[in-house]
Design a protein. Structure first.
Ligand code: SF4
Length: 478
């Protein structure tokens, strides 16, 4: 008997469960674009969040317990960035309490950076010689679960009298030439209140720079209106540090907010925090940094997550940050590469942590061995004041291992290792940053540098298949 196939049923396309249309289909534009409406309608209770996103059975009590320690706040706009189909959504993870936060509620510290130890008056932290942090607000549009200042987050505004004392301290401390106005989030204040503070600061003759730290362009971009920008533009030189963590936060609304601030003459720098499950991989950070550049926001710092209480599940090994930077440096514009820093516990300040590109510094022979982003090694001679012999030539060590410069050169795999390196036969890095490939290339193209000119070097320095240390050692023997 002849068998026939059942007709294929046409299925309606499934709409993505994200965006304003999914979460707030009935809210009119006038409300949605009103920052005060957004602020008033923040989700602050579990039962409100549950209307949009189910909470797994058995976790409700844990999450409620967590909220007794640290409040929740999610603007409707920020919620609209969440993918309701992804239980590990990186946007939601930043602002919603989860069971891991409960598990780690007693791990970490209240004030991991010792801000209060370096506080001459309440609200001021004076740790570096010429600049101070000034905390003028205890409130934010969203509350990030990993926030370093969880300990001060409650809804009350900082009393005016306290703010006046902070201003007074700066006025009486002539060595302070730079203030970082932070919180909480200063841009959650009304424009008049914020102006009253900025005008007092600007009246201090020795105070050169005012910086504002804000996550509002990320969480409440509607707040960046013309009135605010016109007011801020009167207090130059004024800079704003913003805080984008994930490329999905780079929305048209956020871009419009940043554009308004830029047009008011305000340079924008971004400070991200490296967060497990949010942005701890090279492709995500690359998309974030290049996307920020398109919005004229300079990636400034990538912070190692502080040892804050209840945030252990966000922390990554230090090696992860180094791997991320290694996957950026050389692969995208240097302007787009942030500095990876660890804020030293207890008040040591920011310590930059870099991948190692200077492999050897031979002070006797006045030469250094350098590694580039493709893991190629180069000798550079320092000035000696005398002519160098042929054996002292600068240039590439193992020129035959040089991969051709192709479009792939700019791509990296998930480990931050160069795809071009593995495709073209140059040593690809394994998880330890050691040379792993032994395949030879030796093509003519492999001897051409990024500028199209032959690279300087000697093919007798070919040591593929050896560790980086071994390659340096053998180079020194030649
Ligand atoms: S916006 Fe900034 S200050 Fe506010 S909770 Fe997030 S990280 Fe903390």
């Amino acid at each position: 008997m002849e068998r026939t196939l059942a007709p294929v049923q046409a299925t309606a396309p499934v709409a993505p469960r994200t965006g304003r249309a999914h979460f707030y289909p009935d809210v009119a534009d006038a409300q949605w674009n009103d920052w005060k409406w957004q602020f008033r309608h923040r989700i602050t209770k579990l039962e409100e969040l549950e209307k949009f996103l189910p909470i797994p059975a058995g976790e409700r009590a844990l999450r409620a317990d967590v909220l007794r320690d640290f409040r929740m706040g999610i603007t409707p706009y920020y919620l609209s960035l969440v993918d309701a189909d992804d239980p590990a959504d990186p946007i939601l993870r930043q602002v919603a309490p989860i069971a891991e936060e409960y598990l780690f509620r007693d791990v970490g510290e209240e004030d991991p950076l010792g801000e209060e130890r370096y506080s001459p008056v309440p609200g001021i932290t004076h740790r570096y010689p010429d600049r101070v942090l000034m905390v003028i607000s205890n409130s934010c549009a969203i509350y990030c679960r990993y926030c370093t200042r969880k300990r001060i987050m409650y809804e009350d505004a900082v009393p005016d009298v306290e703010i006046d004392r902070m201003v007074d301290y700066i006025a009486k401390t002539p060595r302070v030439r730079d203030v970082i106005v932070s919180g909480g989030d200063p841009l959650t204040y009304g424009t008049k209140k914020l102006e009253s503070i900025l005008s007092k600061l600007r009246a201090i003759p020795h105070l050169e720079i005012i910086r504002i730290g804000s996550r509002v362009p990320v969480s409440l971009p509607q707040r960046i209106d013309d009135e605010l920008c016109a007011m801020l533009a009167q207090y130059h030189p004024l800079w704003i540090n913003v805080h984008f963590n994930h490329p999905r936060e780079l929305t048209p609304d956020a871009a419009a907010a940043c554009d308004k601030l830029s047009r008011a003459g305000i340079p924008l720098n971004n400070q991200s925090v490296l967060l497990k499950g949010v942005n701890d991989d090279v492709p995500t950070m690359r998309a974030l940094c290049t996307g920020l550049m398109k919005m004229r926001v300079r990636p400034y710092y990538l912070y190692q997550c502080d040892q804050i209480r209840g945030a252990e599940h966000f922390r990554t090994p230090v090696a992860k940050g180094i791997e991320v930077i290694e996957g950026l440096r050389g692969h995208i514009s240097g302007l787009a590469v942030p500095t990876f820093v660890i804020d030293a516990p207890g008040g040591g300040g920011k310590v930059p942590v870099m991948p190692q590109y200077l492999l050897q510094h031979d002070t006797k022979n006045q030469r250094v061995v350098l590694r580039n982003f493709q893991d190629r090694l180069f000798v550079y001679h320092e000035p000696t004041g005398r002519a160098r012999s042929v054996g002292e030539r600068s240039g590439e060590l193992d020129v035959d291992a040089t991969p051709p410069i192709t479009a792939e050169t700019t791509a990296t795999n998930g480990n931050g290792a160069s795809k071009a390196a593995s495709h073209a036969g140059a040593p690809a890095k394994n998880g330890n940053g050691k040379s792993a490939s032994t395949r030879s290339n030796g093509s003519a193209a492999a001897r051409v540098g990024a500028d199209g000119k032959p690279v300087v070097g000697k093919s007798r320095w070919v040591h593929r298949g050896h560790s980086r240390e071994e390659r340096v050692r053998k180079a020194n023997e030649t």
